[in-house]
Design a binder for this molecule. Structure first.
Ligand code: FAD
Ligand code: DHB
Length: 388
């Protein structure tokens, strides 16, 4: 079997890339280890930057998003028992959109299926070959257990942090930073108490209150990296959320729980021969800035342009600049996510000097228009770079 672009991974990056290429008249095949129903239920991120939403609209995949999402014109920062608002509308004239990642995944899968896209679920043993030639290929086992070969012109590695494509690129260098704390996240049937996302820096640790609908909240707590689910029975979660968020959070049915380590990771360059990495396959940011999903979308916006120039016009330049251009945004998001993470969490073993610096950073952020504007610019997202 032959296709022009072989895409490994049907997360937001792989699915949107396949859709953007289709709109430019370029065929692709998407290979995914999980089932369609699994990826459509996987709860993860929820905040979409302004440029992400603009791109989804331009690409014709934002109808349900426009009907069902929530528009947020600011965020709330809470510390020392006081809540402060960063007003994006006022500071930068933009907003963010709250829409669950799995809803976006559902919309993208439905659009690809409607357009006759080739999505192959439940594949195994994906391996990449001949990446430094003009005819790379992917070996895999299909859902019926049959070995298959997919001949391609280029390959996109969109298989997330634990995927296999990054390992197939021996020339990459990886930079990593691990944080000494973790997050416990729940999705729960309890109405959000605020109309916007709350970031709370409390003496007991960080807490975040977000939402998916007017009935469903998404709530996170900073926990120890050593904690297990047994350390966090429901009652403790609710008590701790109320304490850190400074108000009664009404317990509701917990629909989903996640534990996630906080890490920053960048693989560079994001290309090896005819393999191009995008999204979590190439980089991870700590979630405090809500950037992971947005970076994945920004990468594939660039990559769709680069593949189109290469395959439709034989113009190699956008493919050659892909990694450098993508990495500029990645490092900007790393800087912002690191700043937000450092400003809001308690670190084990931190001394009073560090704590006072942190509080000073928080006070500065809410009292200086320049500092608040800087946060707002990063949070709503800088415009996407386009190469064609
Ligand atoms: P993914 O969504 O990871 O998609 C990769 C796809 O590849 C998956 O469907 C996977 O099944 C598939 N795959 C893996 N290996 C293979 C293989 N060998 N062959 C074929 N397919 C394969 N970001 C935020 O901004 N805010 C958050 O609150 C937030 N919470 C998160 C919670 C968790 C538990 C995780 C893991 C991530 C979270 N993120 C969050 C990050 C955000 O969800 C990711 O940045 C986003 O999913 C990246 O999209 P992607 O398409 O690059 O990768
Ligand atoms: C959400 C997640 C984040 O990491 C964040 O910073 C804000 C909101 C969310 O899941 O809604």
């Amino acid at each position: 079997m032959r296709t022009r672009v072989g895409i490994v991974g049907a997360g937001p990056a792989g699915l949107l890339l396949s859709h953007l290429l289709h709109r430019n008249g370029i065929d692709s095949v998407v290979l995914e280890t999980r089932s369609r129903s699994y990826i459509e239920k996987r709860v993860r991120a929820g905040v979409l930057e302004a440029p992400t939403v603009e791109l989804l609209r331009e690409a014709g995949v934002a109808d349900r998003l426009d009907r069902e999402s929530l528009t947020h014109h600011g965020i709330l920062l809470r510390f020392d028992g006081v809540e402060h608002r960063i007003d994006f509308a006022d500071l930068v004239g933009k907003a963010v959109t709250v829409y669950g990642q799995q809803e976006l995944v559902k919309d993208l899968v439905a659009t690809r299926v409607r357009d006759g896209g080739d999505l192959r679920f439940e594949v195994r043993d994906v391996s990449l070959h001949d990446l430094t030639t003009d005819s790379p290929w992917i070996g895999y086992t299909d859902r019926h257990g049959r070995p298959q070969v997919l001949d391609c012109e280029v390959i996109a590695g969109c298989d997330g942090f634990h995927g296999v494509t990054r390992q197939a690129a021996p020339t990459l260098t990886a930079l990593e930073h691990r944080y000494p704390f973790a997050w416990l996240g729940i999705l729960a049937r309890t109405p959000p108490t605020r109309a916007e996302v709350v970031y709370a820096a409390h003496d007991r640790g960080f807490a975040l209150a977000s939402m998916r609908t007017p009935e469903i909240s998404r709530l996170y707590l900073q926990v120890s990296t050593e904690d297990t689910p047994a350390d966090w029975p429901a009652e403790r979660i609710w008590t701790e959320l109320s304490a850190r968020l400074g108000e009664e959070i009404r317990p509701g049915e917990i629909l989903e729980t996640i534990n996630t380590d906080l890490r920053a990771f960048v693989a560079e360059p994001m290309r090896h021969g005819r393999l191009f990495l995008a999204g979590d396959a190439a980089h991870i940011v700590p979630p405090t800035g809500a950037k992971g999903l947005n970076l994945a979308i920004a990468d594939v916006a660039l990559l769709a342009d680069a593949f189109t120039a290469l395959l439709a016009e034989n113009d190699e330049r956008p493919a050659e600049s892909y990694s450098d251009t993508a990495l500029r945004r990645v490092w900007r998001a790393q800087r912002f996510s690191s700043l937000m993470t450092d400003m809001l969490h308690r670190s084990p073993g931190e001394d009073r000097f560090q704590r006072y610096l942190q509080l000073s950073q928080l006070h500065h952020t809410v009292s200086s228009t320049a500092a608040a504007t800087s946060l707002a610019e990063d949070y709503v997202g800088p415009p996407f770079a386009r190469t064609i």
